[in-house]
Design a protein around this ligand. Structure first.
Ligand code: ATP
Ligand code: HMH
Length: 275
């Protein structure tokens, strides 16, 4: 069997809990060879983002060229992409090398409340990247921005999932980390069926990088040949273990534990049709 390979195109988190660092740790734990194309360098820790240094679009393009022309990949994901020129060059490279399957994590704001996507780039995310993706993984505030509407009921979230699929992406999972309730439930829709992926909500503030880790685990699973629904199940299990066994690091929103998935098997995930 050949070694599964995955590329992450995202920003660096110096604190190691989110961004490129979370993605590569996750790929590694799932036995997928990880590669990266950096879009930005953030000075960041569990308390917040102090600085963002964006790379030139050309620098992002050259990194993608380097890995696509040599090592290749079985799946890829995008994370923080702060500006339109970078968004457009990534879409161009994905088309040029026919890169797939693509998971888009539409990163907009960090857990500590810092904007990671220029407002002007939201439109290009919808028009250039989403149509190329097999899965998009917005959290609740990101889904609200994508559809321009408050999503305070399940009916509205389902309508939003339909509208997001209509934007050209094959499937969407609207993550439930920002909702209340004793279950953390993520709503999946692929144009045909709605599925609810649920796990008990863990009382913790160590949730920095949960979204990056979730989408990276789904990407790694796709690289290994899992279907999209299997990959979402793997991602949900991976992140639930990571939150349940977090490391207690930092003074703010701490990182998750990226090795918990391989060490523990005590979290029960349910996958049920949602009518
Ligand atoms: N306290 C929690 N207990 C259990 N699962 C959680 C909790 N918080 C988040 N999750 C799960 O973690 C995954 C990521 O969801 P979340 O909404 O936190 O992403 P996010 O806001 O994009 O994360 P980030 O911006 O920090 O990367 C989802 O599967 C969600 O249900
Ligand atoms: C670099 C980076 N990407 C994504 C997120 C979202 O968690 C973050 N905080 N930092």
């Amino acid at each position: 069997m050949t070694t599964p390979r995955a590329l992450t195109i995202a920003g660096s988190d110096s604190g190691g809990g989110a961004g490129i660092q979370a993605d590569l740790k996750t790929f590694h734990q799932l036995h997928v060879y990880g590669m990266s194309a950096l879009t930005a360098v953030t000075a960041q820790n569990t308390l917040g983002v102090t600085d963002i240094y964006e790379l030139e679009a050309e620098a992002v393009a050259r990194q993608i060229d380097a890995v696509a022309e040599d090592i290749g990949m079985d799946a890829l994901k995008t994370g923080m992409i702060s500006s339109t020129p970078i968004m457009e060059v990534i879409a161009e490279k994905i088309r040029q090398y026919h890169l797939s399957p693509l998971v888009v994590d539409p990163v907009m704001v960090s857990k500590s409340g810092h904007s990671l996507l220029e407002e002007s780039a939201r439109k290009s995310l919808i028009h250039t990247l989403l149509p190329l993706a097999c899965l998009v993984t917005p959290n609740l505030p990101e889904a609200e921005i994508l559809v321009g509407k408050k999503l305070d009921t399940e009916i509205k979230r389902k309508e939003a999932a339909r509208r997001i699929v209509d934007m050209g992406v094959s499937a969407v999972v609207i993550k439930g980390g920002h909702l209340d309730g004793d279950q953390a439930t993520d709503l999946f829709f692929d144009g045909e069926q709605f599925l609810a992926f649920s796990a008990p909500r863990i009382a913790t503030h160590h949730t920095h990088g949960t979204g990056c880790t979730f989408s990276a685990a789904a990407t790694a699973a796709l690289a290994k040949g899992e279907s999209v629904t299997e990959a979402v199940y793997t991602a949900k299990t991976f992140i639930t273990q990571g939150i349940a066994h977090s490391l207690g690091l930092g003074k703010g929103y701490g990182p998750t534990n990226h090795w918990a998935y391989r060490k523990h098997s005590d979290c029960v995930i349910s996958k049920t049709p949602s009518t």
